[in-house]
Design a binder for this molecule. Sequence first.
Ligand SMILES: NC(=O)c1ccc[n+]([C@@H]2O[C@H](COP(=O)([O-])OP(=O)(O)OC[C@H]3O[C@@H](n4cnc5c(N)ncnc54)[C@H](OP(=O)(O)O)[C@@H]3O)[C@@H](O)[C@H]2O)c1
Length: 308
Amino acid sequence: MVHMGYQIAVYGASGTTGRFVLAELEKRGFSGLPFGRAQATADDPAALDRALAAAAAVINTAGPFAVTALPLIAAAERAGIPYVDVAAEIEANADTFARGASIPVVPAMAFFGGLADLLVTAAMDDWTSADSAHIAYGLSGWQPTAGTLTAGTVSRERRGGQRVRFRDGALQYHSDALPSSEWEFPSGPREVIGEFSMADIVTIPSHLQIPSVTSYMSATAAQGLSEAAERAEPETFEVDVRVRRGSEERRLTVTGRDIYAVSAPLAVEAVERLLTSRFNVTGVASAGAMFDARDFLGALAEHLKTAA
Ligand SMILES: NC(=O)c1ccc[n+]([C@@H]2O[C@H](COP(=O)([O-])OP(=O)(O)OC[C@H]3O[C@@H](n4cnc5c(N)ncnc54)[C@H](OP(=O)(O)O)[C@@H]3O)[C@@H](O)[C@H]2O)c1
């Protein structure tokens, strides 16, 4: 589908993810309208309004989202255009759901948050509830960008150094050590760190009746998440999702390469669907609630290979 004429504003366009998003927009025939804090800081509503004046939608790739998300959503509301972000900050994502919106808003529409939500929603199929969801990230490594590290710092500060998990139907703050275990991926076993909470613990429970949601991160990737790195050799990933109800389990796994690059087709596919009336909610909704999850994943088959 070619979308010449639609102009899509991209906030944080100078960043790693912003550049991937601009390239993906161009590939699909959209016109990207790059801007950032040099043109409009998040606390300048008039400048944000000017930046969005000609836009059909806005994609926010500028973290920390604790600073940028709500002002950008307010500006998108004033402009009457859909808003998509790639926020991986659990508390900022929760703030977006709590705020609500009069326009379509999709937070965490990226590798963390959006992808697992699509996978869990698709794996659930006809189940309307489950006992637990488990999302295991088999990353070959992780060379974090400066933006990722800032997101981690801001989130840690917001939760006073505590850890967070989703249990008994609620976010639980705690100081327990993170458990290590081995996860049987389709490609073989890997050591993982459990309760390695990602935005998934907000997106998935926002619309699915699952009282326990747990993320696991390959130990090699968790270890790499300490200092900003030149992203010379992008990581490979295997995202293995299992939902359990009683003694039954449903599973879906995808594999691919480069968690930052793949966030661009995820965010842009969302915008394309929002602009072509292929969405479910006018208001704040995660990927799995906003879109037809299986159809969405099918559209990204080039980037997300289904593993047996
Ligand atoms: N959910 C996911 O899977 C996922 C995937 C990718 C990225 N992300 C998130 O997206 C964010 C960006 O990541 P990245 O990898 O692109 O980082 P990056 O390469 O370091 O780029 C950061 C971008 O944010 C902008 N920025 C920083 N502070 C800002 C502020 N206070 N106001 C406005 N803009 C600001 C920077 O603008 P300047 O050029 O002016 O410094 C730059 O454009 C991070 O929060 C990251 O966690 C999430």
